[in-house]
Design a protein. Structure first.
Ligand SMILES: Nc1ncnc2c1ncn2[C@@H]1O[C@H](COP(=O)(O)OP(=O)(O)OP(=O)(O)O)[C@@H](O)[C@H]1O
Ligand SMILES: CC(C)(CO)[C@@H](O)C(=O)NCCC(=O)O
Length: 562
C-alpha cells in the first residue's frame, strides 16, 4: 500500500539543458520521437506538455533517470537526415567515441539513497506499436514521471540553476551552486563550459565522448551524488488527433504507472504533475481532458507557444539548418535535361560540370551539404512559417513580439488528405516514401512543355513548373488513372503545396523586409530534401532570404520555460 507523501507547491520551472544529448532511435518512423537526455536537469514538478492540432497531438514529458536510455547510442545532434549512423560517423570523424548508454539495469538510485527510484529497465528510448491495419503508430510509455518533490527529504539546492530565457538574445545562465561535477557522465565539464561561456545552452556537439564514463567509474562518481541527483530524458510522443482517446489513455497510464513507481497514490502523483495544453484541441477537448484525467489542465495560446518554441529551438546548436547556396542554385537553375543553364555537358574551368542527378545532401560532395547553425544563434526579426494541417505565417519582431500576418489552408493536412484519397499509402511516411521515388515532371506541366524551351524574356526557366498536375487532363478520361504513377503524383502534390507555401512565405518576407524565414511544423518532419528545395525553389536563390528549418516539436519547452 502506497504511503501518501505531502507535496509543497512550486512556482517556477527552469530547464537545464547543459550537456543535452539526442537519443538515437531504432527506426526512421520514430526519428522525430527521439528523446533528449538532459544530464543536469531536475524537474521539481512533472510537466506534461500537449499540443493538440488539427492533424496530430504531440506530447512532451520528462522522465527522471540517472542513466541515459539503455543500450541506445546517442547522437550529438539532429544531423543530416537524422539517422543515428550519421551521428556516429560524425562522432568518429571528430575522433570521439560514439557511446552506448550506460547499460546498468540495476537500480543505482537505490544505492545512492535517492528515492523514489525509477528502475532504469523501464527507462528506454520510446518505441511505437503499430495498429492492426498498419495505419498508425502508438507510442509506448518511456519511464515514469518523478517529481523531485515526491522525495520527502530535500537538500539539493535548486536555486543555483537558473536559465533566463530572452527571445532574440543568447541566454545567460548563472551556475551558482550546481554540484554537477558529481553528476554521472558529462556533468562536470559541461557545467564548467556553461560557466566559462556564460551561455545557457552550450549544446552537445563535441561532447559525446564524455558520456562514455566506464561503468565502474560512473558508479564511483554516483556515490558522491546528492540524494536528488539530476538527469533524465525529455520524451516525445504523437497521436493522430482523430484518435484522441489513445492520447487520453496514454496520459492516464503515464500518471498511474508513475504513481506506482514512486510508491504514492495517483491522487498524490497528480499533485506533482502539471498538464499544459495548446493548439486548437486544447480548447476543443478541454473538458474531455479534465474529466478523463481528473486533474486541472492549463491552456496556452498556440501562437505564443510557437514563438516561445522558436526562441528556444533557434538557440540549440545544430538544430536549425539550411541547404547550401550551391544546392539552391543547382535546383533553381537546373534545366529540363538536368544540366544547369550556362554549363556545358563537359563543363569548363569556370563552370565545372554539375552532376545531372543532384545528390541527396550529404557531406559528399560538400557543396550540397546541409548547413547547421552550429552556434544556435536566433535571428530576429524573422518570419516563422508553421506548416501544420494549415499554415500560419507569423512575423516576429526583435523583441519577440509577434503578429500572425498570413496563412493558407493548403498545408500538411491537404497533402495527407489528398494522398490518402489518391494513393494506396496508409501512413504519412509511406506517402513521403512514394514521393521520394517520384518524378513530378511526369505529372506537372513545365514551362518547357509549353514553350519547348525557357521563356527567358520573363525569367521563366524551362524546368519551372507551369502548372501542377497540368499533364493529367491530356491523357483522356479512360487513361488517366492508369497512366500516372503514385510516386509521381505524390511528388507533384508535395511540390505543389511546398511551392505554394514557399511563395507565400517569400512574399511576406518581402512585404515586411525580413531576410530570415524559419519553417517549422510536422509537415517538414520527414526531412525530404526535395521538399526543402521546393521552399528554396527559385525565389530564395535570387535574394537574401534564407529558408531555415527546424524539426523539433515547437511546443516543447514552452511549458518548461513558463
Ligand atoms: N505521422 C504523421 N501522420 C500524419 N501526418 C503527419 C505525420 N508526420 C507528419 N505529418 C504531417 O504533419 C501535418 C501536421 O503537422 P502539425 O502537427 O505541425 O500540425 P497540427 O498541429 O496538427 O495542425 P494545426 O497547427 O494546423 O492545427 C500533417 O497534416 C501531415 O502533413
Ligand atoms: C487554424 C490554425 C491556426 C490551427 O493551427 C492553422 O491550421 C492555420 O493557420 N490554418 C490556415 C488558415 C488560413 O487560411 O490562414
Amino acid at each position: 500500500m502506497a504511503t501518501p507523501v505531502q507535496l509543497p507547491q512550486v512556482k517556477e520551472i527552469l530547464v537545464d539543458t547543459r550537456g543535452a544529448e539526442i537519443v538515437a532511435e531504432d527506426s526512421p518512423a520514430t526519428r522525430d520521437s527521439r528523446g533528449i537526455y538532459l544530464p543536469h536537469y531536475i524537474e521539481p514538478v512533472s510537466h506534461i506538455a500537449i499540443d493538440i492540432g488539427g492533424s496530430l497531438a504531440k506530447v512532451v514529458y520528462f522522465t527522471r533517470s540517472p542513466n541515459p536510455p539503455n543500450g541506445h547510442p546517442r547522437v550529438s545532434g539532429s544531423q543530416g537526415n537524422g539517422t543515428h549512423q550519421e551521428g556516429e560517423r560524425e562522432a568518429e570523424s571528430e575522433g570521439k567515441a560514439t557511446v552506448t548508454g550506460d547499460a546498468t539495469t540495476d537500480n543505482a538510485t537505490d544505492r545512492i539513497g535517492a528515492t523514489p527510484a525509477v528502475p532504469t529497465s523501464i527507462h528506454k528510448s520510446a518505441t511505437f506499436s503499430v495498429d492492426s491495419d498498419g495505419s498508425s503508430w502508438t507510442p509506448a510509455l518511456n519511464g515514469a514521471l518523478t517529481p523531485q518533490l515526491l522525495v520527502p527529504e530535500r537538500n539539493f539546492d535548486l536555486t543555483g540553476i537558473k536559465a533566463d530565457y530572452h527571445l532574440g538574445h543568447r541566454r545567460d545562465m548563472s551556475v551558482e551552486s550546481v554540484t554537477d561535477g558529481d553528476s554521472p557522465g558529462t556533468a562536470g565539464e559541461s557545467g564548467k563550459s556553461a560557466e566559462r561561456d556564460g551561455h545557457a545552452w552550450t549544446g552537445s556537439r563535441g561532447r559525446v565522448s564524455r558520456m562514455g564514463t566506464p561503468r565502474g567509474h560512473s558508479l564511483l562518481r554516483r556515490s558522491s551524488l546528492p540524494p536528488n541527483f539530476p538527469g533524465g530524458t525529455l520524451n516525445f510522443a504523437r497521436f493522430e488527433t482523430e484518435k484522441i482517446d489513445e492520447l487520453v489513455l496514454f496520459l492516464k497510464t503515464l500518471i498511474s504507472t508513475s504513481a506506482s513507481t514512486n510508491h504514492v497514490t495517483e491522487e498524490e502523483m497528480k499533485k506533482g504533475v502539471k498538464i499544459l495544453a495548446t493548439g486548437g484541441g486544447a480548447h476543443k477537448y478541454y473538458s474531455t481532458l479534465v474529466e478523463e484525467l481528473g486533474m486541472g489542465v492549463t491552456r496556452e495560446d498556440e501562437m505564443e507557444c510557437l514563438i516561445t518554441g522558436l526562441g528556444f529551438i533557434t538557440c540549440i546548436p545544430d538544430e536549425v539548418f539550411w541547404y547550401s547556396d550551391e544546392l539552391v542554385y543547382e535546383i533553381s537553375h537546373q534545366s529540363k535535361d538536368g544540366i544547369p543553364p550556362g554549363i556545358t555537358e563537359k563543363g569548363d574551368a569556370a563552370s565545372p560540370q554539375k552532376p545531372k542527378d543532384l545528390p541527396r545532401p550529404s557531406p559528399d560532395p560538400p557543396a550540397y551539404q546541409v548547413t547547421f547553425d552550429t552556434a544556435g544563434t536566433p535571428q530576429f526579426p524573422c518570419l516563422l512559417v508553421n506548416i501544420g494541417s494549415g499554415v500560419s505565417i507569423v512575423k516576429v519582431d526583435e523583441d519577440g513580439s509577434f503578429e500572425r500576418v498570413s496563412g493558407t489552408s493548403l498545408g500538411g493536412g491537404t497533402l495527407w488528405g489528398l494522398l490518402s484519397l489518391i494513393t494506396d499509402a496508409t501512413t504519412f511516411d509511406e506517402m513521403l516514401a512514394l514521393s521520394d521515388k517520384g518524378d513530378n515532371a511526369a505529372v506537372d506541366m513545365l514551362v518547357g512543355d509549353i514553350y519547348g524551351s525557357d521563356y527567358s524574356k520573363v525569367g521563366l526557366k524551362s524546368s519551372t513548373i507551369a502548372s501542377s498536375f497540368g499533364k493529367v487532363f491530356k491523357k483522356g478520361a479512360a487513361a488517366r488513372k492508369k497512366s500516372f504513377r503514385q510516386e509521381d503524383i505524390s511528388k507533384s502534390l508535395l511540390y505543389a503545396i511546398s511551392n505554394n507555401i514557399g511563395q507565400i512565405a517569400y512574399m511576406n518576407a518581402e512585404k515586411y523586409g525580413l531576410d530570415r524565414i524559419y519553417f517549422g511544423g510536422c509537415f517538414i518532419r520527414g526531412k525530404q530534401e526535395h521538399q526543402y528545395c521546393a521552399f528554396c525553389h527559385e525565389r530564395s536563390s535570387q535574394s537574401l532570404h534564407r529558408p531555415c528549418f527546424h524539426d523539433l516539436l515547437s511546443l516543447i519547452c514552452h511549458s518548461f520555460l513558463e
